[in-house]
Design a protein around this ligand. Structure first.
Ligand code: PLP
Length: 393
């Protein structure tokens, strides 16, 4: 069956170049980087090279890169590691639209007796920076606000947020899991203290992540163990995946222009054609501050899950919001926080592209989607009510 994969915010294909460089680290170069002998030493050298490549993509110093097991671990380590460093401070500030890797840490901290502020967003999915200013107190241990939203692609003004947070002397973490590789990042002149990234969102395998920690940031390790990662994260390094992530970052840097021109043009083409061909359709999120690959679109009066299943039958793989919330019939917490009306939030679909997508694939989606929506609307009582209200039937 033909497969059109447009669910790249859920996960990406491992790039063939990445797969090629990582394989020998399972079979030939399997030493432990901490070993004293040459067999470990040669592996340590490759880990360091990968660290340099990751640092290069993020505009960071290699010593500021800590390898973790995934984006979720990076988020947990940044927030809980900082909270642990400031035990007298019992307040955490985040937003209502975070991924569960941050959102559920907020819930955990609330259970532990912390005061938590989850900042609201407007209809475009943007924050009110005055609300942030008001939320911060002397009790705030850390502020964690995502860089770009996984469901809508909306990009927050992270440097402005960081300026506000830093002016109050508080550590600032951002979840850049969806951002790294899609838009340029430069930690050199940044207000960010800590930043999470995840390999499987940028064509490296699942199960490898990074926590960037700016030099001088107070941090207690989340995984307590050996001296690995300069004592910031215990556990023998996942060498093949670290080498893979290094290569993926090198490729991401090379492909950044393609991502922001060709991929963006494909996304815009898909968006324009959908809006043209399907009535009662709206795009969710701030279109002028959005990742180049992401399109979140609501089809009024139909259910996202039904659309997904019919698309899936035709080989088209998309998503109804975050992969972690699919399977639940509740509309996504992100769209609810944005105040997307119930009749539209239920029928929302996320298309997320990658450099491997083509115009021909977009045309396939544009051909197959309108009859699917029409078919579902024909059996929707909400659509019938809508038509009646418009005096159309
Ligand atoms: N943060 C964001 C914004 C994400 O989109 C995801 C994955 O979907 C994560 C964190 C978690 O990353 P991982 O799957 O590597 O744990």
């Amino acid at each position: 069956m033909r497969v059109v994969y447009v669910d790249n915010n859920a996960t990406t294909k491992v790039a063939p170049e990445v797969l090629e460089v990582m394989m020998p680290y399972f079979s030939d170069y399997y030493g432990n980087p901490s070993s004293m002998h040459f067999f470990g030493g040669q592996v340590q050298k490759k880990v360091n090279e990968a660290r340099e490549k990751v640092a290069d993509l993020l505009g960071a110093d290699p010593s500021e890169i800590v390898f973790t097991s995934c984006g979720t671990e990076s988020d947990n380590a940044a927030i809980l590691g900082t909270v642990d460093s400031y035990p007298e401070k019992r307040h955490f500030v985040t937003s209502r639209v975070e991924h569960p890797a941050v959102g559920n840490v907020a819930t955990y901290l609330t259970r532990k007796g912390y005061k938590v502020n989850e900042l609201s967003v407007d209809r475009e999915g943007q924050l009110d920076l005055d609300e942030l200013k008001e939320a911060i107190t002397v009790q705030t241990a850390v502020v964690s606000i995502m860089y770009a939203n996984n469901e809508t692609g909306v990009i927050f003004p992270v440097e402005k947020i960081g300026e506000i947070v830093k002016s109050r002397g508080i550590p600032f973490h951002t979840d850049a899991v969806q951002t790294a590789g899609k838009i340029p990042l430069n930690m050199k002149n940044s207000t960010v203290d800590m930043m999470s990234i995840s390999g499987h969102k940028l064509h490296a395998p699942k199960g490898i992540g990074v926590l960037y920690i700016r030099k001088g940031t107070k941090f207690s390790p989340f995984l307590i163990g050996g001296h690995q990662e300069k004592g910031r994260r215990g556990g023998t390094e996942n060498v093949p995946y670290i080498v893979a992530l290094g290569k993926a970052c090198e490729l991401a840097k090379k492909n950044m222009n393609d991502e922001n021109t060709r991929v963006k043009a494909l996304r815009d083409y898909l968006e324009q054609k959908i809006l043209e061909k399907i009535p009662n359709t709206l795009v969710n999120g701030d279109r002028s501050n959005r990742l180049p690959n992401t399109l979140n679109v609501s089809f009024e009066y139909v259910e996202g899950e039904s659309i997904l299943l019919l698309l899936s039958d035709l080989g088209i793989c998309a998503s109804s919001g975050s992969a972690c919330t699919s399977g639940s019939l509740e509309p996504s917490h992100v769209l609810r926080a944005m105040g997307v009306p119930f009749t539209a939030a239920h029928g929302s679909i996320r298309f997320s592209l990658s450099i491997y997508n083509t115009k021909e694939e977009m045309d396939y989606i544009i051909e197959k989607l309108p009859p699917i929506i029409q078919r579902l609307r024909d059996i929707s009582p909400f659509w019938k009510d809508y038509l009646k209200s418009q005096g159309k039937k």
